[in-house]
Design a protein around this ligand. Sequence first.
Ligand code: 5AD
Ligand code: SF4
Length: 453
Amino acid sequence: MTPRRLHVITWGCQMNVYDSARMTDVLAPLGYAPTARPEDADMVILNTCHIRDRAAEKVFSELGRLRRLKVARAEQGGRMILAVAGCVAQAEGAEILARAPYVDVVLGPQSYHRLPELVARAARAAGAVIDTEFPVEAKFDFLPPPGHTGPTAFLTIQEGCDKFCSFCVVPYTRGAEASRPAAAVLAEARHLLARGAREITLLGQNVNAWAGAAPGGGTWRLADLLAALAALPGLLRLRYTTSHPRDMDDRLIAAHRDIPALMPFLHLPVQSGSDRVLATMNRRHSAADYLRLIERLRAARPDLALSSDFIVGHPGETAADFAATLALVRAVGFAQAYSFKYSPRPGTPAAAVPAQVSEAEKDARLAELQTLLRAQQAAFSAACVGRVLPVLFTGPGRHPGQIAGRSPALQPVHVGGPTHLIGAEAAVKITAAHPNSLSGTLVATPEKERACA
Ligand code: 5AD
Ligand code: SF4
């Protein structure tokens, strides 16, 4: 087998990070080993994201750069295969081939298991090969198990979305909701744990809509899967992301009380605090529903740290609607959050609405919201100072003699300490809070305390 080199460029969410790793795994038997430099690569995959901004433009400008490398390689008598994967490929496959005819493979997120066949066809073909079907076979059945892992691992359990929020492309690029069977998830988790993972984050566009075949027949919901995963030897920490408020069922809320391995951190996008905007967004919940849900979650797990996504400037959003978003943020008190200017996505209902909010207004609202969210994050971090938190160490720190890890609420934590602690959880006394991280010192005896707030 000829050794070959593969360079993968990943944009977007954690699901794309997971998919890039799976594409690397599926190409390993063909002799492809990862390389950090595109100029050394025999194949370059762009794993793209379409959710916001000028995603397609970023892809075309990267392709322009890669084209020069491809031409240089051809002049030396070699060949570089260029593949575009992910949601831009799914949504704009035909346009990619029209504007960048030197691309060899275009494949959607449901076709990654067919990559070896597509690459073989591209190597033979004069033109490009394209695969953006939603095939009937389950791609996960055909993908090899993950090749390598660190102390923290991602595991995709669910893909696609049936919610059709007005602004979002996901239901179009990732297709309908589909859940992997529990047995397949448990097998992949055991494999990750055997290779040294201590924390597993379950991924899905709508992860708490997961409803998978149970090992003994019937259907499990996410609470059942979390309980089964928590019982696996070696597993220290569990997380799941991203959730929709409407799919937070009673048993999942109770799981936050009953499963100690389930970390006290939840990313629960609300998008807006205005009922009028939530209705036009087709979110199918009100601001009060969200606040009630947070109350119930905090009753189950009082130290639960909350994260969310917000969109400012959704079509029709008024100053009063935006004020309602600020009010909701004040009422909840988030440990961290992501906020975005609304960006029209072709083919989505919101993009066709005439009452678009001006860029200047979106900029002003985003700045105001981010100031408030940053202050809340700073307050949350400041409350951690002086406490002892269990930290799962994941790698070396920025400076020699430092190691870095994550708190239960996902904050990066830096301490002076020995590298043999990487992969282990240890108690850390937090001594300082920085804008995006904490620092502290190792303490000899772990204390019970788990989070700030
Ligand atoms: N414009 C801005 N933000 C968006 N998101 C999804 N679609 C858009 C869009 N068209 C945000 C939402 C979602 C997160 C992943 O990205 O807040 O929760
Ligand atoms: Fe997009 Fe999430 Fe809404 Fe689904 S629930 S349409 S993925 S924002």
